[in-house]
Design a protein around this ligand. Structure first.
Ligand code: PLP
Length: 395
């Protein structure tokens, strides 16, 4: 039997842009007894909050093991609405404007599949999370990337976004703080992007997965949906994954204009039915009581960021803007004289430090991504090895 796989529309897919392949290579080296340090994948090392675990265990023990309401338990939707009120001053209706999803990616997929017609364009600041590209293609859309400059701390310039808008544009997408650069937009920049969405009558999609990890007072997290005139055209995606170090629980949420929910639900029900019942109970408890845990995570990540940036900035040929949020650094390494793919591959095979080149994030050669969601001792050891490797490169 010839299955003729993959089908046409999946041929160009490159889920995660090769990050998992690098992880597989790193894991294989570790199995062979090599000392490997993982700075490639954004999988936090910190444990999920104890209160969330207790609530999930209690839910299982009390028989909360069946389908929930398709759009999420009323308890969790109420907690998500309360969070939006607290953090963004927004009144979000838990019945009509919230869907609980299987992580943020399912929310993103549901939006693209619901709003894009074949050939519709999505304006996306680059570098970007590689999954966007694949999901937009899966939905029949086209990514129109807007290159963010290192000189601007990788923050999207609203003027560049405006230049990308054309009659095929359906959606503007932002991700602040950003994966892979850690860039967080200012209020003025968000206001300018919001004005573009309104003047061109476009939908907005805001991926706020790293909302809690905004480290500098100058760049506080702001939900673009909370700006005047934006709630009615904005889809906001976030998740427990990064916020509470609960990546494996697979719970996210989507806040949307009320009239779109019935269409989003067709997609969400078809793909996922509902998010996991007892994981939802754990996340509801985290949203109620795990904020002290999150505060500790923020303090720890900030220390790790400072350590990583300090060590990177001492390496010749590497230029590193200080990320304002998330848990990634995205240095320019063009000065090292090696293509970034080769640099990362040799860094892994020769020193055991696993990182990813920048191209999978939708930009040209010359950059790499390192995550600092690892313990400080590992970051220090990894960057010592990398510094040594860099100093031995011929110039
Ligand atoms: N959005 C961004 C920007 C991410 O970096 C990630 C994961 O790395 C996701 C979405 C996926 O989140 P989840 O694990 O909740 O699906």
């Amino acid at each position: 039997m010839n299955f003729k796989l993959p089908v046409e529309r999946m041929r160009e897919f490159n889920f995660e842009g090769g990050i998992r392949e690098i992880l597989a290579q790193a894991d294989e080296m570790a199995r062979a007894g090599r000392s490997v340090l993982h700075l490639e994948i954004g999988r936090p090392d910190l444990d999920s909050p104890e209160c969330a675990k207790r609530a999930a265990i209690k839910a299982i023990e009390s028989g909360d093991v069946h389908y929930t309401d398709m759009s999420g338990t009323p308890e969790l939707r109420a907690e998500v609405a309360a969070k939006f009120k607290r953090d963004a001053g927004m009144n979000v209706n838990p019945e009509r404007e919230i869907v609980i999803t299987g992580g943020a990616v399912e929310a993103l997929a549901s939006v693209f599949l619901t709003v894009l017609n074949p050939g519709d364009e999505v304006v996306v600041p680059a570098p970007y999370f590689p999954v966007y590209d694949d999901l937009i293609k899966l939905a029949g859309g086209v990514i129109h990337s807007v290159r963010c400059k290192i000189e601007n701390g990788f923050r999207p310039d609203p003027a560049d976004i405006e230049r990308a808008i054309n009659p095929r544009t359906r959606l503007i997408m932002i991700n602040s703080p950003n994966n892979p650069t850690g860039a967080a937009s200012t209020r003025e920049e968000l206001e300018a992007i919001a004005a573009l969405a309104q003047s061109h009558d476009l939908l907005m999609l805001s991926d706020e997965c790293y909302e809690k990890f905004a480290y500098d007072e100058k760049y506080p997290h702001i939900s673009i949906a909370s700006l005047p005139g934006m709630k009615e055209r904005t889809f906001t995606v976030s998740a427990a994954s990064k916020t509470f170090s609960m990546t494996g629980w697979r719970v996210g949420w989507l806040v949307m204009p009320a009239e779109t929910k019935k269409f989003i639900m067709k997609c969400h029900q078809g793909i996922c039915t509902c998010a996991n019942s007892f994981a939802q109970a754990g996340v509801a408890e985290a949203l109620r009581s795990a904020w002290p845990d999150v505060e500790r995570m923020i303090t720890e990540y900030k220390k790790r960021r400072d350590l990583m940036i300090d060590m990177l900035s001492k390496m010749d040929g590497i230029e590193t803007p200080k990320p304002n949020g998330a848990f990634y650094a995205f240095p320019r390494i063009a000065g090292l004289g090696l293509p970034s793919q080769e640099f990362c591959s040799r860094l892994l095979s020769e020193t055991g430090v696993s990182t990813v080149p920048g191209q999978p994030f939708g930009i040209e050669d010359g950059y790499m991504r390192l995550t600092y969601c690892r313990p400080q001792s590992e970051i220090k050891e990894a960057l010592n090895r990398m510094g040594d490797f860099v100093s031995r490169l011929p110039r």
